[in-house]
Design a protein. Structure first.
Lengths: 350, 506
């Protein structure tokens, strides 16, 4: 990453009256034109991070650079209106007293009328808002409101766009289609964007890289492949990869577990107790009279079924099985044989 | 009759009333809106205290601040005297008994209506819209002009309409300031000229003003609903107003509060003490207190009872005619006490006549004025004027009890009586108490209706205040006035706590 566009360095923020920090020693950077997703469970500090960058909140410590400007550091606290950042709120925050066109033109008041009109037109066309000019926010569908909020944030031509849970207020079908389009729109013009979300599908669909956050800190930043192949922590494998965990002990030849030996890439001392991360599609479950596993839960997931299997030790693991008409389905209570197909599963200290 | 009225005073009364409304509307609107915006969006020294304290002037009836202002600032009053003699300034202190004086005094106690509604509006429109506007390059003044003001306009209009209803109803201030309006005109024509028809005609004109305000208020409320679509994502920390600008905000807000509440109350306390020392307290003070409390207590029980019956009838029958009737009944709050007084008196006088004729026809005794001469007329007038206050509280309590709650209680085997006692009463208790307190204090404060309709010889605190101030006996008026202000603080606290509870529930 030679061409750093946005960088955060050692940001701390604790809200008044809160016992724990909302954001703690947060640092990352991104180049121009990249889309980064901040992914994490609710309350992990991802929205606060976004608001710190936008200047809506002031950090207790830390530096923020955008382009070649320092917008936040000791003694520098540029107000939001001077940071030139577009912001899209979760609830869109459209101005209810203005129609679509005047919402989009809101940030262009410094321009001459002709230029203003042209810029607003471009942003609206890019976001698919043709013919919506004189509609008021309450006359728009959720998707159209989202597009308007996006066009409004894009119109002033800022180089960084921040989006807080942009798709969470939409229904499932719309979420997928708009997710793709969102990526197209964000990529247009080569501006950088940060998308906050708690939905990993959404994060991978929209973003180039994903930063996984937990308890006010960033656990790992990487592309989808990075995260899948080398999850940096138990939390990342659980939250991002949907993994369950199998206890084991490191021996001279590998890791000894209830399901037999599993070879891992870790370099742990012999005798260390570890957890093997089992990704659901890497666990094969087949009907078997003698067990040793028992199906305790099953859920249809459209193209596949997700089973929860209990091993004799009490450990429960999750497994995906593709649904095929010929394969028999497994009922709760069925005994099954369990096999780990991953040749090199991620391993963490227990 | 019209010709006579028009020739003499009507035009003066009309234009005075109109100018008063314009002036108070503008000034109270300005004070309420600006302080609400500051409190809702910015951090500045003392903000958390001002947030609730700015409502306190609501406890001061207009006629109290009126006479305190006149007493302080008239030529022989302490302030101009200080300027003249101690500071030896040749500058002539502006005459307080002027248009500007009336508007200022009135605005200082009615602005909280605007403040309260605007504050809620600015809050609900929320941090999100403000922040989005700032990220699109707006400075804070531009945010106010382009987002805050247009969106809160319906709420501000509603607040101004309420403030103007209070202004229109005022009798004490305008008479102390010697600024004749329709309200004082009614009193003058009724008692000074004994011209009931002319008083009735003036009352009709005043009522038209009030109805215009009602229409404005209702329309604004309608638009409020349309605008309130957006979320309540309140900023966790308000951005600070730094340095000198923060202190400027504090100065503005505290001077409004000082002039509207702190100074008048302090002055009243001082004068009451002085009156107590030099035995200038009204000799019949216990009797005044007893009369006031008895009237207020009976009126508030009556009003709440009527409101409960009305609200429950609407709930159980869902009759559209009934809810229309309730809407009409609840217009009373907009109609000045003097108009209601004239209406009640004219109606009851006729009823008295019929009753007397009937009794006489049966060969009975001379009944006298059973209705107009007794407390019945006065209680009836209070009921007409304040039933809406009780009705709104009860109704808002009832809407929180959903029909499915009744049904699930019935499903669990509770009979109608048990549903009422075990479900409704506990849930309604707060609303009923609120209604009682609000009506109680409103009745205590009500001056014109009491003066016009009271039975002969029955004096209350409010009447005493007026009688003393009419003779410029400020010290003597201060103790009864202070009692009314003290009672007036009660509903302010109740309402503030209610708001707090509502916000906590969200």
């Amino acid at each position: 990453m030679t061409d750093v566009f946005l960088s955060l360095d050692g940001l701390d923020k604790t809200f008044e009256g809160s016992p724990s920090p909302a954001v703690s020693d947060l640092s990352f950077s991104m180049p121009k034109g990249e889309i980064l997703a901040l992914l994490g469970p609710s309350g992990c500090g991802k929205t606060t991070t976004l608001r710190l960058i936008a200047g809506f909140e002031t950090p207790d410590r830390g530096t923020i650079r955008i382009g070649n400007r320092i917008v936040q550091s000791d003694g520098v606290d540029l107000p939001p209106e001077e940071r030139r950042i577009g912001f899209v709120f979760q609830d869109y925050a459209l101005f209810p007293h203005l129609d679509v066109r005047r919402n989009v033109e809101f940030g262009l008041s410094g321009l001459a009328p002709g230029a203003r009109k042209r810029r607003a037109r471009e942003a609206m066309d890019l976001c698919g808002l043709e013919g919506m000019d004189s509609r008021f926010p309450h006359e728009l569908s959720g998707g159209q409101q989202q597009r308007t909020a996006l066009a409004r944030a894009l119109a002033p031509g800022c180089e960084l766009l921040l989006l807080d849970e942009p798709l969470s207020n939409l229904d499932a079908a719309l979420r997928t289609s708009l997710g793709k389009e969102l990526r197209r729109i964000l990529k247009h013009g080569g501006r950088a964007a940060i998308v906050v979300t708690h939905d990993r599908e959404e994060a991978f669909q929209i973003a180039d890289r994903v930063a996984v956050m937990r308890n006010a800190r960033i656990e790992q930043v990487g592309s989808a492949h990075d995260l899948h192949d080398r999850p940096g922590s138990r939390f990342v494998s659980e939250f991002v990869l949907d993994a369950t965990f199998l206890p084991g002990v490191v021996t001279r030849v590998g890791v000894e577990t209830e399901l037999g030996p599993a070879r891992g890439p870790g370099s742990f001392a012999v005798g260390t107790k570890v957890m093997v991360a089992v990704r659901p599609h890497e666990l094969e479950v087949t009907p078997s009279r003698g067990g040793p596993g028992v199906v305790v839960e099953r859920a249809f997931r459209g193209s596949h079924e997700r089973y929860r299997v209990r091993l004799p030790s009490g450990t429960e693991l999750a497994s995906f099985r593709t649904l095929r008409t010929d394969a028999s389905s497994l009922d709760v209570g069925a005994t099954v044989a369990v096999k780990l197909t991953d040749p090199a599963p991620p391993i963490f200290v227990a | 009759m019209w010709r006579h009225l028009a020739d003499t005073i009507l035009w003066e009364l009309l234009s005075n009333t109109l100018w008063l409304l314009l002036g108070v509307g503008a000034l109270a609107g300005f004070m309420g809106t600006v302080s609400a915006w500051l409190v809702a969006t910015r951090r500045f020294p003392g903000r958390d205290v001002f947030e609730w304290a700015l409502v306190l002037p609501l406890a001061v009836p207009t006629y109290v601040i009126g006479f305190v202002f006149v007493a302080l600032f008239e030529f022989a009053g302490p302030v101009p005297t200080f300027f003249r003699e101690t500071l030896n300034l040749s500058w002539r202190f502006p005459n307080v008994r002027s248009y500007g004086g009336v508007v200022l005094a009135m605005s200082l106690v009615v602005y909280p209506y605007v403040y309260l509604l605007a504050l809620t509006a600015f809050r609900e429109l929320g941090a999100n819209l403000t922040e989005v506007a700032r990220s699109l390059g707006c400075r804070s003044t531009a945010v106010f002009r382009r987002v805050g003001l247009p969106l809160a306009r319906p709420a501000i209009a509603t607040g101004v309409a309420l403030a103007l209803m209070e202004t229109l109803a005022d009798f004490g201030t305008v008479s102390v300031f010697g600024y004749p309006t329709l309200t004082t005109g009614i009193y003058r024509v009724w008692f000074g000229m004994f011209d009931r028809v002319a008083a009735g005609q003036l009352a009709v004109i005043l009522m038209l003003f009030a109805l215009i305000l009602v229409v404005l208020e209702q329309r604004a409320r309608g638009r409020m609903r349309f605008v309130q679509a957006h979320g309540r994502n309140v900023a966790r920390t308000l951005p600070p107003l730094a340095g000198i600008r923060g202190w400027a905000a504090t100065a503005f807000v505290s001077s409004v509060l000082a002039a509207g509440f702190v100074v008048p109350t302090a002055v009243l306390v001082r004068w009451s003490l002085r009156a107590a020392e030099s035995s200038l307290l009204p000799r019949n003070f216990p009797e005044l207190l007893r009369n006031t409390l008895t009237l207020a207590a009976s009126a508030c029980l009556l009003a709440v009872l009527a409101a409960v019956v009305l609200a429950y009838s609407i709930r159980s029958t869902r009759s559209r005619a009934l809810s229309f009737a309730a809407r009409v009944a609840s217009l009373g709050y907009a109609i000045p006490g003097s108009v209601i007084a004239v209406g009640v008196l004219l109606t009851l006088a006729r009823a008295d006549g019929i009753i007397n004729a009937a009794i006489g026809w049966f060969g009975g005794f001379d009944a006298g004025l059973i209705l107009t001469g007794s407390a019945f007329g006065l209680l009836f007038a209070y009921l007409v004027r304040f039933i809406s206050v009780a009705f709104y509280s009860v109704e808002s309590g009832l809407t929180r009890i959903s029909g499915s709650m009744d049904e699930s209680a019935r499903g669990l085997g509770a009979g109608p009586g048990r549903v009422l006692g075990r479900v409704h009463f506990p849930l309604l208790r707060g609303s009923l108490l609120t209604a009682l307190i609000l009506v109680f204090v409103e009745v205590m404060k009500e001056m014109p209706a009491t003066m016009l309709v009271r039975p002969f010889g029955v004096d209350t605190l409010a009447v005493e205040v007026w009688q003393r101030t009419a003779e410029s006996m400020w010290t003597e008026a201060s103790a009864p006035a202070l009692s009314i202000v003290a009672a007036g603080i009660l509903p302010v606290i109740v309402l503030t706590r209610l708001r707090g509870a509502n916000e906590a529930r969200l």
